[in-house]
Design a binder for this molecule. Structure first.
Ligand code: ATR
Length: 277
């Protein structure tokens, strides 16, 4: 069998997903291709979806700005994806489109792989910085993995409260409070776009109260070592890079499509090198 995969979104010409999935195909010794299928928001999405149906893919990824829009075109949706309200992976099987969200689970896999000792203890207090789409995926994966001691800090408290409504044990604080109480968290997960190129000197909070016991994780991967991670490292904390979420969400998508789980160690190093330029 020769697999046909793809990615829909806009703009996606610089996406790293083809490189990742082509490596997965090689690694698992499967035949196939992964194409960029850019859909301009000015064009008809419905027409693009009927063309996509006709293309007979085995599966595709969905990225910004279509992760929510795709839902009405699905035949089925996985429970987690439904809770999150966003789909990043579609399995095309027997003419049906089934939607999944691999972002949060991918993030948990990446963290577990890097810091298994931290992830095992689900009573550890977790601080989530941000309350947007990325935070939502990670929050649901944390809850799914049994974490309940979660605090959300966000610039807009209204948005943080809306996200916190997902579970009655979740706390909400301001970014300033989070900064003050930083020493009380075992893991800090930065999910906003703050610090991303070309604003690489920006930081969503200062880490002046950080202790060495905390793991600081940033989902931004351009640059690989964000200003936040640089400060965390200077203060002696363990750091977790954002590129691994990209890799592990792709690994889980590939598994949904093919039933095979590719090995990651070499790819992890390869992607890191690419991002470091
Ligand atoms: P994504 O899907 O990538 O998470 P999003 O849903 O637009 O994108 O969410 C962006 C997140 O980054 C939000 O938490 C946003 O905070 P607000 O809810 O207060 O807007 C946060 N964010 C973006 N720019 C920020 C900034 N300059 N300072 C603080 N938070 C910022």
């Amino acid at each position: 069998m020769t697999y046909k995969f793809g990615l829909i979104g806009y703009p996606i010409t610089h996406s790293l997903s083809p490189w990742i999935h082509e490596n997965f195909l090689k690694e698992t010794e499967l035949k196939g291709s992964y194409s960029i299928l850019e859909i301009n928001p000015e064009d008809s999405f419905t027409e693009a979806m009927s063309n996509l149906k006709a293309a007979n893919l085995d599966g595709f990824n969905v990225t910004v700005p279509y992760k929510e829009k795709i839902i009405e075109y699905l035949d089925e949706i996985d429970e987690q994806a439904e809770k999150i309200g966003a789909v990043n992976t579609v399995l095309c099987q027997h003419g049906k489109w089934i939607g999944y969200n691999t972002d949060g689970i991918g993030y948990m896999r990446a963290l577990l792989n890097r810091y298994p000792e931290v992830v095992i203890d689900q009573n550890e207090p977790v601080l989530l910085l941000g309350a947007g789409g990325a935070a939502k995926g990670i929050l649901h994966a944390l809850l799914y993995n049994g974490y309940e001691n979660i605090t959300i800090a966000n610039r807009s408290l209204k948005r943080a409260h809306e996200l916190a409504a997902a579970h009655d044990t979740i706390n909400v604080v301001t970014l300033e409070q989070a900064e003050e109480e930083l020493a009380s968290y075992a893991i800090v997960i930065q999910t906003t776009s703050v610090g991303m190129k070309p604003h690489e000197t920006d930081q969503v909070i200062s880490l002046k109260n950080l202790t060495e016991a905390t793991v600081v994780s940033d989902i931004v991967y351009q640059p690989l070592k964000t200003a936040l991670l640089q400060e965390a490292e200077q203060r002696g904390a363990r750091i977790h890079f954002g590129h691994s979420m990209l890799l592990y969400q792709a690994q889980y998508a590939f598994e949904i499509w093919t039933g095979k789980r590719p090995e990651m160690d070499e790819l992890d190093e390869g992607l890191k090198k690419q991002l470091e330029g």
